[in-house]
Design a protein around this ligand. Sequence first.
Ligand code: NDP
Ligand code: F7E
Length: 316
Amino acid sequence: MYSLEGKKVWVAGHRGLVGSAVSRRLASENCEMVAVDRQAVDLTRQVEVEDFLAESRPDAIVIAAARVGGILANDTYPVDFLYENLMIETNIMKSAHETGVEKILFLGSSCIYPKMAAQPMREDSLLTGPLEPTNEAYAIAKIAGIRLAQAYRKQYGHDYISAMPTNLYGPGDNFDLNSSHVLPALIRKTHEAKRRGDEELVMWGTGTPRREFLHCDDCADALVFLLKSYSGHDHVNVGSGKDISILELTELVCKIVGFEGRIRHDLTKPDGMPRKLMDSTRLLDMGWKPTTALEDGIRSTYEWFKAREAEGLYQS
Ligand SMILES: NC(=O)C1=CN([C@@H]2O[C@H](COP(=O)(O)OP(=O)(O)OC[C@H]3O[C@@H](n4cnc5c(N)ncnc54)[C@H](OP(=O)(O)O)[C@@H]3O)[C@@H](O)[C@H]2O)C=CC1
Ligand SMILES: C[C@H]1O[C@H](OP(=O)(O)OP(=O)(O)OC[C@H]2O[C@@H](n3cnc4c(=O)[nH]c(N)nc43)[C@H](O)[C@@H]2O)[C@@H](O)[C@@H](O)C1=O
């Protein structure tokens, strides 16, 4: 067990979907939070990370900072996804080693597994086959991060662990239609189509791929659980255990938003992995479980989106 009591914890990427959820969750632990904005410390720059850690001296770090995006962004900007993620994770782990950080939780993603991995995907299917081409760059950076954490454990005995969340969503998500993941994109597109009185909604791809979704607050709870109770070499899957086809998801969002038009497929856009459902047995066996049903989570995220839209945050 790792006690967070009185510890200084740095959530790198505290403004993001996951980082903000982890920060909310850590508020109920008796620990001190450290935070820094990208304007003050660019995590792709080693010297800035070194100086920040030498000065702030956290005891534990959650690496929720990363270059993140949906299928199109991943496919269009492979250099950015590979380079920035490699830099962020290596800079943080190296500086943490030099300043004696006790514990690191590194975050990867379900895209690390082979495109044709047996479903549900177990932790030991890593590196057993070719990756999905649309997110290969990002996946390679994340696999390198897992291996780097394991290397620090092997060479120096450091308690660096890795968690692999499934597709996440919730308040604070990215609703930009070019760079977002499918759920925030569908919420925004359906809402705007309804407001304009459109007869159809355009979704990407065939709709046959299947994805597993987990609310960011469930994910944050699992991450804090792992931070406190897990100290192993192997990475741990973090999922909800249920998947849904993209067409079914689109129909669910239409129901929640109240859009009654047709659904049209844009087949110029990629489908990506045919199925991504994780086997989270290891985490469940440790005693953790998710609490937010997908429909409830989409409803509350839609309310969050509408409130931000009313503030003028999203202009269509
Ligand atoms: N979203 C998802 O569906 C999934 C996410 N994950 C993992 O969870 C982690 C967090 O993802 P998520 O919260 O969705 O991503 P977000 O894009 O919402 O947040 C990423 C955060 O990282 C910060 N950041 C990025 N680059 C830099 C940089 N160069 N210097 C300083 N800060 C930087 C961003 O800062 P700023 O606010 O300034 O932009 C932002 O706060 C990632 O490791 C991702 O792989 C895993 C599975 C699924
Ligand atoms: C978390 C994960 O996220 C990415 O992988 P992904 O799961 O394929 O990403 P996605 O959420 O963007 O799409 C899921 C499915 O949904 C379809 N789809 C329909 N309509 C829209 C749409 O409007 N927008 C988007 N983005 N997708 C749409 C889309 O065509 C695809 O079939 C990674 O690259 C990878 O980096 C990663 O780790």
